[in-house]
Write a protein that binds this ligand. Structure first.
Ligand SMILES: Cc1cc2nc3c(=O)[nH]c(=O)nc-3n(C[C@H](O)[C@H](O)[C@H](O)COP(=O)(O)OP(=O)(O)OC[C@H]3O[C@@H](n4cnc5c(N)ncnc54)[C@H](O)[C@@H]3O)c2cc1C
Length: 512
């Protein structure tokens, strides 16, 4: 396992008659839930305010027709980040959550029907690389060594530190140079292996956090190492079980999550956050405010323009936002045995398709898909004899001008036909439950600027110091956690943003 060390809470010092300081957390995504637990352990009374009727944000759960569909994250890595939160709340993770390690991790299917299975263990991976491209085994081993070095710096060292000053950025530049961070993820993979299929297999991972493998810094090769070395896990009951567990910890700490409570504004006095005003008009005072809402949305819509010096409307307008997603959740009345839990189904184009999505911002007629089949691991997520799935297609964000109200159904149909031709024969006549989300939902449901699925695109010029800081640059007593701040999207990223928060908020006892 990794060398991450668990945080231990400094026990709240309760002085008789002392006031307990109040923290508001806007949003109950994984970052917001983790932040609330950490603030609870630091002696705050915490109120989480959530726009939706349930916790989890992108990790919320759709229940319909007897099926349980996790809306978002399905690939759980680094369980120790969750164990740490349970420990901070004085509980044991394994008492509440059963995690199952997956092997294989996932299967990639190329357009010609050839597959590449990503498995646990270096030996199995060596064999699989050798099966497709014997000449690339040695290059694969060297790539893995390189991605280990990148993980040790990129995750263990950099993801847990706040980047509040240019000096902190300057300090890590030698690491970036040593690790060749000016290369892209695909560029780095391509410098080690020759077969285009192996290059793809070693480089597609940044798509899980909203990055184009041909554009993001090779720092993100750490994901390959992290998944291959520490494994990929699935919580029995679905990712929703983790959300439920985290919400339970907050309540067990004596704190509150309020649903259907959308924040309209962060109130500011004398250059410091003083609380929030809800859409309903209610105002709530707080000693500190932590926003887990989309970082660009927080600055654009929740904080008045006159207090913003860095994150002006102009700067936010020029920023690069991640791609969005089209997701089709569906239940079938039959089971598709043999379809793995996680599959990547690649279409005929890779680089050019990504250009369409990220640069040209057009909805292409072809696609590359991620297929989630949770009932392969946990049959309880569907009625007996049935299967639950979701299929996800990266698509351009709303800057594309695509009219999703009209484009959604034909797009779903094209995906369904593709799945029927490839891995799910007879699909359309077996579907008994169906729901889709498009970039419009990322905008309206999650309040994400341009409907981006992962917030700011994780290019080098929008990373670390260049990203919105965890301690707001604009007003005092305002903090940011979640995908739009440092270190970035993905469960390890947003849980780490709450770890960073822990190192920069005052201890509750110091504000009492
Ligand atoms: C389909 C999909 C699949 C993914 N798969 C994976 C995966 O397998 N593994 C992985 O590690 N990552 C995955 N990710 C990425 C990961 O899910 C996200 O990066 C992460 O969950 C984002 O967490 P967050 O803390 O930023 O909060 P979010 O999930 O963005 O939640 C923010 C919350 O704030 C609320 N909110 C917003 N504005 C307001 C307001 N004004 N007032 C009150 N509440 C507000 C929203 O309703 C929401 O609940 C996936 C993402 C998606 C969309």
């Amino acid at each position: 396992m990794s060398s991450l060390t668990l945080d231990r809470p400094r026990p709240p010092v309760v002085r008789p008659g002392a006031r307990v300081p109040h923290a508001i957390v806007i949003g109950s995504g994984f970052g917001g839930l983790a932040a609330a637990i950490r603030l609870g352990a630091r002696g705050y009374r915490v109120t989480v305010l959530e726009k939706l009727d349930q916790p989890g944000g992108r990790g919320s759960v759709f229940r319909q027709d007897g099926f349980t569909f996790d809306a978002g994250p399905t690939i759980v890595t680094l369980p120790q980040l969750f164990e740490e939160l349970w420990a901070l709340a004085g509980r044991k993770f394994s008492d509440d959550i059963t995690l199952k390690q997956l092997d294989p991790l996932y299967q990639i299917r190329f357009d010609d029907g050839e597959t590449f299975t990503e498995s646990n263990g270096i030996e199995a991976m060596r064999r699989e690389v050798g099966r497709l491209s014997p000449g690339d085994v040695e290059g694969y081993e060297r790539f893995l060594e390189k991605s280990k070095a990148i993980y040790e710096v990129g995750f263990e060292k950099l993801s847990n530190v706040p980047f509040h000053s240019l000096t902190s950025m300057a300090k890590v530049l030698p690491d970036f140079v040593r690790l060749q961070s000016w290369r892209t993820v695909h560029g780095l993979a391509a410098s080690y292996v020759k077969d285009p299929r192996i290059r793809t297999a070693l480089s597609f991972h940044p798509l899980f956090i909203g990055g184009n493998p041909f554009a993001v810094t090779s720092i993100y090769c750490l994901i390959t190492y992290l998944q291959n070395t520490f494994g990929v896990w699935f919580p029995m009951g679905g990712t929703g079980a983790l959300v439920k567990g985290l919400a339970g910890l907050i309540e067990a700490q004596g704190n509150t999550i309020r649903y259907d409570a959308e924040v309209a504004a962060i109130t500011v006095e004398g250059g410091a956050a003083t609380g929030v005003r809800l859409v309903s008009g209610e105002t709530i005072a707080a000693d500190i405010v932590v926003s887990n809402a989309d970082a660009a949305w927080t600055y654009r819509h929740l904080l008045p323009a006159e207090v913003r010096r860095r994150w002006t409307d102009r700067k936010l307008g020029k920023a690069r936002y991640s791609m969005s997603l089209f997701v089709w959740y569906f239940g079938t009345k039959r089971q598709y045995r043999g379809v793995p839990h996680h599959s990547i189904l690649l279409g005929p184009r890779y680089k050019e398709l990504l250009r369409d999505i990220f640069d040209r911002k057009v909805l292409a007629p072809d696609f590359s898909l991620y297929l989630h089949h949770p009932t392969a691991t946990d049959p309880s997520l569907a009625p007996p004899g049935c299967d639950a799935f979701y299929v996800l297609s990266p698509v351009p964000h709303l800057g594309s001008g695509v009219d999703w109200a009209h484009a959604a159904e034909p797009y779903r149909r094209a995906i369904s036909d593709f799945l029927a031709r490839t891995v799910l024969p007879g699909l359309e006549e077996n579907v008994v439950s169906s729901r889709i989300i498009t970039p419009l939902d990322f905008h309206t449901r999650y309040r994400s600027v341009l409907g981006a699925a992962f917030g700011f695109e994780p290019v080098f010029t929008q990373s670390a110091w260049f990203r919105p800081h965890n301690r707001s640059e604009e007003v005092d007593r305002l903090y940011l956690v979640g995908a739009g701040t440092h270190p970035g999207a993905g469960l390890p990223g947003v849980l780490s943003s709450a770890r960073v928060l822990d190192s920069i908020v005052p201890h509750g006892a110091d504000l009492a």
